[in-house]
Design a protein around this ligand. Structure first.
Ligand code: UDX
Length: 434
């Protein structure tokens, strides 16, 4: 099928490239000309393992093209997927301005009946609204059909998730439209859930909110474990073996970040309020996550009394490994906290340092390796569980730091090992190694 994907962010670019890989003729459209010219050279503007190679392969096969020209992108499309960003407004609601702008641009170009699929995460009712925006602007003989097809891919494993997802959700008003979009995904052989449009929109918010709830819940259990002398790793393992609960998303840490969970739970909370519903659990998930993010800073403050003038090191800046994304990352809060206390901050991350430099400039120092970052440090904070950070030798930490003290937000090391090397070790939900 000839498909145009609007928006070349994580969702749009990965979806477009993977749909080209399974045989469709894809045009990825973006209003950002710079991004499009990079893509035309086969360069991915985002850091996503495996994506660059897949883009190049599909450009070479002639199935994947990029354009910032709406006439070229939309006029011959048999189907249009919208995957533009829906960032959070100040009040937590979803900002739909990119989506509305895309809808108007689409309406100006289409000449025949068409299905418009919204992949962006949007509040319930948005597909209907966008459908009206387009329908009002096209001649009355042209029929626009909306389909909601939310995306569940994770950054860092986006390609794997597209080919091996748990399900594809398709919300449509007519069986025919749902079937046509289902056919696009047929080569993936994944379970397809057909629903009405509003339910599909809700499935995305409910899924992300439930996963966020799991994380905040295990973080609360972890905090309690610290107080009562239990070990969260053992507790999580025991709890996760119950099939009704499951092992996944039970890793305690410094809270969830990224472009999806924080934005989506705020948007759902806002939506609930609009409908006069007090979503108590969701508000708690938000509150717990907020508190969890600078928990390590408070542990360090309690340990040292004052952090003024202390040489601190932060290992890992992204909200999780295998991405360059720092949106809502705990590192940003902790750097700010440390600077406010007058600490000296050195950071290391395998990929995200240029992004962090844009935010903090020369207020902090950037090391070329985790080893270099540890030299003469008086406190080390581990905030992202990158493989190269998890595999640092404890002996190296002991030798390089002035006084070896680690504040680990990802439970990367065993308590026995840190004890063996005489490292003071604060982690999440486990006893302190003194
Ligand atoms: C998430 C959803 O998983 C995905 O389905 C949706 O489409 C987009 O949002 P992503 O944000 O890429 O994906 O990352 P994910 O791997 O889900 O992790 C989100 C955050 O939760 C990270 O900060 C991670 O460190 C944290 N997390 C995850 C935990 O703290 N503990 C866990 O057990 C799992």
């Amino acid at each position: 099928m000839k498909i145009t994907i609007t928006g070349t962010g994580y969702v749009g670019l990965v979806t477009g490239t993977c749909l080209a890989e399974i045989g469709h003729q894809i045009t990825c459209f973006d209003i950002d000309k710079e991004k499009i010219s990079l893509l035309n050279e086969g360069i991915s503007p985002i850091y996503e393992p495996g994506l660059g190679e897949l883009i190049q392969r599909n450009i070479d096969s002639g199935r994947l093209t990029f354009s910032s020209n709406p006439v070229e992108a939309y006029s011959n499309a048999e189907c249009i997927f919208i995957a533009v960003g829906t960032p959070a407004n100040e009040d937590g609601s979803a900002n739909l301005s990119f989506l509305e702008a895309a809808a108007i641009q689409i309406a100006e170009q289409i000449k025949k009946d068409i299905i418009v699929v919204i992949k962006s995460t949007v509040p319930v009712g948005t597909n209907e609204r966008i459908g009206s925006i387009i329908q009002e602007r096209v001649p009355p003989n042209i029929k626009i059909e909306m389909v909601s097809n939310p995306e569940f891919l994770r950054e860092g494993t986006a390609i794997h998730d597209t080919f091996h997802g748990d399900r594809i959700v398709i919300g449509a008003n007519t069986e025919e439209a749902g079937k046509q979009i289902g056919n696009i995904y047929e080569p993936l052989h994944l379970p397809i859930v057909h629903t009405d449009i509003r339910s599909a929109e809700m499935i995305k918010y409910a899924s992300n909110s439930f996963l966020a709830l799991k994380i905040s819940f295990i973080n609360e259990i972890a905090n309690l474990c610290e107080k009562i002398g239990a070990d969260i790793d053992q507790v999580s393992a025991g709890v996760g073996l119950d099939n009704r609960i499951g092992k996944k998303f039970l890793n305690a840490g410094i809270g969830f970040g990224g472009s999806c969970f924080p934005k989506d739970i705020h948007a759902l909370n806002y939506l609930a309020k609009e409908f006069d519903y007090d979503f108590k659990i969701l508000q708690s998930v938000i509150d717990v996550n907020y508190r969890q993010k600078d928990l390590l800073f408070y542990k360090a403050k309690e340990h040292f009394g004052s952090l003024a003038g202390k040489r601190t090191t932060i290992l890992g800046l992204t909200f999780k490994p295998n991405t360059d994304d720092i949106r809502e990352a705990a590192s940003l809060r902790i750097i700010q906290d440390l600077l406010l206390e007058g600490a000296v901050v050195t950071v290391f991350d395998p990929v995200a340092m240029p992004k962090v430099e844009k935010l903090f400039g020369d207020k902090i120092s950037f090391a070329v390796s985790s080893e270099q970052a540890l030299v003469d440090a008086e406190a080390a904070f581990i905030l992202t569980e990158w493989d190269e950070i998890k595999s640092i030798k404890l002996k190296e930490i002991k030798d390089k730091m002035t006084e070896p003290i680690i504040f680990d937000g990802r439970n990367c090391f065993s308590l026995e090992e840190t004890k063996k090397y005489g490292i003071r070790y604060y982690s999440i939900g486990r006893p302190v190694v003194q």
